[in-house]
Design a protein around this ligand. Structure first.
Ligand code: TNX
Length: 532
């Protein structure tokens, strides 16, 4: 007799393991024996679509364990194997071995395989079986292997995250998991314009995104207060526009080499970088760098305050479109991925018609440079190409785009804005979209958020971190964690298998893991943290 995965999931949520043959395909039939376990019995976040924990099958990793890649799996799969070996090598205190299938693998190995015929797993799904005598991780594509490795990581003790800790025998909890994401777009956005954070800080954020199976990093690279990327044909953008930030500090920008390093690092973590150059508004840093972008031909002074809406490119000058083309062309060549985000939010200094014609012309430039356009919700009333993506953030016109068959990313302010305060005592952040405690960030269903935008129109979800009030890396982490983890589960897990009461327990056991990683996370009183 087999039990449905829903039954198993419910059992797991209740903190009960259904023991014996009843749980597994092809195992001996036997009586159903509920065993009371302290809840939760696993701490995987985001919750897998189907998971069965089998404690009797716990696997021990020690210095004899090898990571084996099945033959024909390909170079990317081998890279994922190397990444897993790296994760376990630190605590073991010995370099973990990765072997090709043709080499004699020791018994009790961790085996990674690609089976492209498993189309039900899609691009990012995986199957993981942890048994006493070995571990098998299978996916249709390398992305899936990477997410399976993140699950393995979360089944291992949190101490593996502490690069200084030694633990010569690592216990990997027995499990049978089949897991695919709900949405293809599971994103985070960093505003590096209001304050600048360097490439190492962005790479650290990328590693944290990967742990929770997020797969998009949108970089807001320009705004009134700062231009953050070197453009060879327009050197003043970085040299002048990049020279300050909110409050008047030194600002900064990514050189082409640093930006390439960020992109390569993200790619190694299966994360797509989405560059955003916000226009026609939010452009004071550019206007200050090139006088010809202003209708009066006069460059304004640099801006270090936090007002929005006052700036615009001159949409009636041809110089503006030549400039847009230079910027789009150079950035498009720096990212291997298909997207270019043109911002388009909060423009107060143009007529509606001027604004819409500008959006359409920029869309043409982006498409001509080989990229798909993304814009904030305000762009939706323009005549948009079918593959243009609209990002909803406030009461905006995104539904128009869904109605014409276009795709929408949901970043609703009151749920996903990581710069909103948690409660009235939060020191950092803003509050225009409301206070957002962890439960608010978790307890919503993308498919029912907006009556006119159903699940089929949704690409997925994204959590922006605006940085008007954030200065140090600890500030960014405090606002993002743990709400970004909640968003990760909103984006990955089936709605029916997730609920706050179980989530908060799983999240609680990520406290020590986050602390071992050195993350300055907010100790929300809503979560029974397993750490002070
Ligand atoms: C709105 S969201 C903005 C940003 C601000 C943010 C502060 C969006 C498209 N525009 O310019 O930084 O609010 O929460």
């Amino acid at each position: 007799m087999l039990f449905s995965s829903v039954t198993m999931r419910r059992a797991a949520l209740l903190g009960v393991v259904v023991a014996g043959a009843a749980c597994g395909r092809g195992r001996r039939p036997g009586p159903l024996q509920p065993i009371a376990m302290p809840a939760p019995i696993h701490a995987i976040v985001p919750m897998p679509s189907s998971v069965q924990i089998t404690p009797a099958d716990t696997f021990t990793i020690d210095s004899a364990t090898a990571v084996v890649v099945a033959s024909g799996a390909g170079a990317e799969a081998e890279r994922v194997a190397g990444y897993l070996a790296y994760l376990i090598a630190g605590p073991l205190g010995t370099p973990a071995r990765t072997l090709g299938a043709e080499e004699a693998a020791p018994p009790r190995s961790i085996r990674l395989a690609i089976d492209a015929s498993k189309t039900s797993l899609g691009l990012e799904g995986y199957e993981l079986v942890v048994a006493r005598d070995g571990v098998t991780l299978m996916a249709a594509q390398p992305h899936g292997l990477f997410y399976g490795v993140q699950t393995i990581r979360q089944l291992l003790p949190w101490s593996i995250e502490h690069r200084g800790a030694l633990n010569r025998r690592l216990r990997l909890t027995g499990a049978r998991i089949t897991d695919t994401p709900r949405f293809a777009w599971r994103g985070a956005m960093l505003d590096v314009s209001r304050h600048f954070i360097d490439a190492d800080a962005v790479k650290r954020y990328i590693d944290l995104l990967a742990l929770y199976k997020l797969n998009r990093l949108h970089l807001h690279l320009s705004d009134d207060q700062g231009w953050r990327i070197e453009i060879t044909s327009r050197p003043n953008l970085a040299a002048i526009g990049g020279s300050t930030q909110v409050g008047g500090g030194p600002g900064g920008y990514y050189t082409r080499a640093q930006f390439a390093d960020i992109v390569a690092y993200a790619t190694s973590r299966f994360i797509t970088i989405i560059p955003e150059i916000d226009m026609p508004g939010h452009t004071n840093a550019a206007l200050a760098s090139y006088p010809e972008l202003n209708c009066d031909g006069v460059a304004p002074p640099l801006y270090t305050g936090i007002r929005v809406g006052f700036s615009t490119l001159c949409v009636t000058r041809e110089e503006t479109y030549a400039w847009v083309n230079d910027v789009v062309r150079e950035i498009a060549a720096m990212v291997p991925t298909p997207y270019f985000h043109m911002g388009g939010d909060e423009v107060e200094k143009l007529t509606h018609d001027q604004y819409l014609r500008f959006v359409e012309r920029v869309q043409g430039i982006i498409n001509a440079n080989g990229k798909q356009m993304i814009g904030w919700g305000e762009v939706a009333p323009a005549n948009l190409a079918p593959n243009t993506i609209v990002q909803h953030w406030k009461r905006d016109s995104s539904a128009l785009h869904a109605a014409r068959g276009g795709k929408v990313i949901l970043s609703p302010g009151p749920k996903t804005y990581l710069d909103m305060k948690y409660d009235s005592t939060t020191v950092l952040g803003l509050r225009w979209a409301g206070l957002i405690e962890v439960r608010d960030a978790y307890d919503w269903n993308p498919a029912t958020l907006l009556p006119e935008i159903g699940e089929s129109a949704l690409l997925g979800v994204e959590a922006p971190l605006w940085a008007e009030t954030l200065v140090k890396l600890e500030d960014y982490e405090h606002m993002a964690f743990p709400r970004l983890i909640a968003l990760a589960e909103v984006g990955w897990s089936p709605q029916a298998s997730r609920g706050w009461d179980a989530f908060k327990l799983r999240l609680a056991s990520h406290g020590p893991r986050l602390a071992a990683l050195g993350v300055n996370f907010y100790r929300s009183p809503q979560v029974p943290w397993l750490i002070k």
